[in-house]
Design a binder for this molecule. Structure first.
Ligand code: NAD
Length: 486
C-alpha cells in the first residue's frame, strides 16, 4: 500500500501549504498508482516565495564566494551519499529504469561539482594599463531573484542545470518543477538545506501555468530559466522578455542521426537503440530520425530489428528492464495516435510497439517506421516516445539537407569512420550538439547545452560559461592613479 503524500511548497526554509484548493494526482507511470497530490499553487504563493527570496538575496549576495562554494561541496557529498535513494524516486515518478535514473543523478552531481568551482569561474578580468596611469577591472555580481521552470523528463538533471550555479553566484532562486514529477525536487532541496544553505535562498513553488505566469511578470524576478516543450518555451520567452527579464528557454527537439555505409553497423545500431528507446524516448536528445545510406539500409534495418527484439519492457525498478513506461495515459494515447498518423501517411510500420508491456502501466514498445519522408507528420513533430523514423538517403549530403529542413536543431549524430565526412557534417548540419559515433551527445556540465533554431530561445544557454554570464551582471571600474602620490 503506497502512502499518498500531500505536497507542500518550500519557502524560507520551511514546508508551507499552498493556499490553493486545486491539486493534481501524481502517479507512478509503471503501475498507475497515485503516489502524491501536488498543489497547483496561486499567484499569492508565488508572491510570498519571491518576497522571501528577495529578502534572502540581500544577505546572501554579501556572503564570500568561497564560503558559498563550500556549501556546494557539502551538498555534493550529501547527494553522492543519497544517490541510490534519489535514483529510486526518479524511477518511481518518471518511469525510466534505475540505471538510467542513476545516470541522471550522476549528471546532476556533475552540475553541482561545476558550480562548486565558483571562486575561479566567478572572477572578472582586468587590464592594468588602458591609458597612462589608468586601469580597468571587470567584476561580476549576482542579478537577484532567479526563477527556474522545469520539465518532467529529467527531474534531477534539469533543475541542477539551474539552481546550483545561480545560487553559488549569489542569486536567490524560486524553482517550479514539473507537476508530473514533483517528488525528487523536494528531496534535492532538503539535501541542499542540510548542507547549510541559508533559509530563503532556494525556494520551491509547485504548480502549473498560474505559477509560471506570475514568475514571468513579477517585477522582482530578474531572470527565467525554462526547459520544456517548444510552445510553452516560446510563450515563456515572450512573457519574460515583455517584462524585461533575461530569459533562456531550452525547448523541444527532433534529433537526426545519419548512418553512412562505412559505419560499424552493429555498434551504430546498439547506440541508436539506446538513444531512440532509452528513457522511453522521452529525452530532448533522443534519436528520433535515422537517415541511412540506401546501400546499407536493408542490412541496418535487419540489425535494428534484431537488437530491438531484445528490448525488455516493464517497471524500471525491476532488474534487467530497459524500457519503462511513458509518463502518462495522455502521452500513451498521443503516441498511439502518431502511429496511426504514420500509417495513414504511408510510412511502413516495421515494428509496432502498441499493446506491448503490461496493462498495469503506460507502456508503448519500441516502434519503427521505414520509408519516412520530411512531408510526414511523424517526421516533423516531436513525438517524445519510443518511436523511430527511418529515412533512406543516397549520401551524407542528402542526409544533412533533409535533417536541416527540421524546425528543431538540438542534437545530431553521425556514424562513420571517415574523417572528412565528420568534418563535412560538423560544418553543414544545423544543430547545436553533435555526436560522432555515439547516440546521445548531451554535453557535460562545463559545456553549454546549446540547441539551435526552435530548440532554444535566448542568447545564453544553460551550463558551461554561458550559465555564469546568464546568472551574473558586470561592473567595470575604470580608475586613474595620479603620479602625485608617489
Ligand atoms: P512542458 O512544456 O509541458 O512543461 C515544462 C514546464 O512548463 C512544466 O514545469 C510545466 O508545468 C510548465 N507548463 C506547461 N504548460 C504550460 C503553460 N501552458 N503555461 C505555462 N507553463 C506551462 O514540457 P514537458 O512535457 O514537461 O517536457 C518535455 C519537453 O521538454 C519536450 O519537448 C522536451 O524536448 C523538452 N526538453 C528540452 C530540453 C532541452 O534541453 N532543450 C531538455 C529536457 C526537455
Amino acid at each position: 500500500m503506497v502512502q499518498i503524500q500531500e505536497l507542500k511548497n518550500f519557502i524560507g526554509g520551511k514546508w508551507v501549504a499552498s493556499e490553493t484548493d486545486k491539486y493534481e494526482e501524481v502517479t507512478n507511470p509503471a503501475t498507475k498508482e497515485v503516489i502524491a497530490r501536488v498543489p497547483l499553487s496561486t499567484k499569492t504563493d508565488v508572491d510570498y516565495a519571491v518576497e522571501v527570496a528577495q529578502a534572502a538575496f540581500e544577505k546572501w549576495k554579501n556572503v564570500a564566494v568561497p564560503k558559498r562554494a563550500r556549501i556546494l561541496f557539502k551538498y555534493q557529498n550529501l547527494v553522492v551519499e543519497h544517490k541510490e535513494e534519489l535514483a529510486k524516486i526518479i524511477t518511481v515518478e518518471n518511469g525510466k529504469n534505475l540505471s538510467e535514473a542513476l545516470g541522471e543523478v550522476q549528471r546532476g552531481i556533475e552540475n553541482i561539482e561545476f558550480a562548486a568551482g565558483a571562486p575561479s569561474l566567478y572572477m572578472g578580468d582586468s587590464l592594468a594599463s588602458i591609458a597612462t596611469d589608468v586601469e580597468a577591472t571587470n567584476y561580476r555580481y549576482p542579478i537577484g531573484v532567479v526563477a527556474g521552470i522545469t520539465p518532467f523528463n529529467f527531474p534531477m538533471m534539469v533543475p541542477c542545470w539551474m539552481f546550483p550555479m545561480a545560487v553559488v553566484l549569489g542569486n536567490s532562486f524560486v524553482l517550479k518543477p514539473s507537476e508530473k514529477t514533483p517528488l525528487l525536487t523536494a528531496r534535492l532541496i532538503e539535501l541542499f538545506q542540510q548542507a547549510g544553505l541559508p533559509d530563503g535562498v532556494l525556494n520551491m513553488v509547485y504548480g502549473a501555468h498560474d505559477v509560471v505566469n506570475r514568475l514571468g511578470d513579477h517585477p522582482d524576478v530578474k531572470a527565467l530559466s525554462f526547459v520544456g516543450s517548444k510552445p510553452v518555451g516560446e510563450y515563456v520567452y515572450k512573457l519574460g522578455s515583455e517584462n524585461l527579464k533575461r530569459v533562456q528557454a531550452l525547448t523541444g527537439a527532433k534529433n537526426h542521426t545519419i548512418v553512412l555505409k562505412d559505419a560499424d553497423l552493429p555498434e551504430s545500431v546498439k547506440n541508436i537503440v539506446s538513444a531512440a528507446f532509452g528513457s522511453a524516448g522521452e529525452r530532448c536528445m533522443a534519436c528520433a530520425v535515422v537517415a541511412v545510406e540506401e546501400e546499407v539500409a536493408d542490412a541496418f534495418i535487419a540489425e535494428l530489428k534484431k537488437q530491438t527484439a531484445e528490448v525488455t519492457i516493464g517497471n524500471g525498478l525491476e532488474d534487467g528492464i530497459f524500457l519503462g513506461p511513458v509518463i502518462s495515459d495522455e502521452s500513451k494515447v498521443r503516441t498511439e495516435k502518431y502511429i496511426e498518423i504514420g500509417l495513414n501517411e504511408g510510412a511502413e510500420l516495421i515494428r509496432d510497439g502498441r499493446g506491448e508491456g503490461s496493462g498495469d502501466g503506460y507502456f508503448v514498445g519500441p516502434t519503427i517506421f521505414d520509408k519516412v519522408t520530411p512531408e510526414m507528420t511523424i517526421w516533423k513533430d516531436e513525438i517524445f516516445a519510443p518511436v523511430l523514423s527511418i529515412v533512406r538517403v543516397k549520401d551524407l549530403k542528402e542526409g544533412i539537407a533533409i535533417a536541416n529542413e527540421s524546425e528543431f536543431a538540438n542534437g545530431a549524430c553521425l556514424f562513420t569512420n571517415n574523417a572528412s565526412a565528420v568534418r563535412y557534417f560538423r560544418e553543414n548540419i544545423d544543430a547545436g550538439m553533435l555526436g560522432i559515433n555515439l547516440g546521445v551527445p548531451a554535453p557535460m556540465a562545463f559545456f553549454p547545452f546549446s540547441g539551435w533554431k526552435s530548440s532554444f530561445f535566448g542568447t545564453l544557454h544553460a551550463n558551461g560559461k554561458d550559465s555564469i554570464d546568464f546568472y551574473t551582471r558586470k561592473k567595470v571600474v575604470t580608475a586613474r592613479y595620479p603620479k602625485s602620490y608617489i
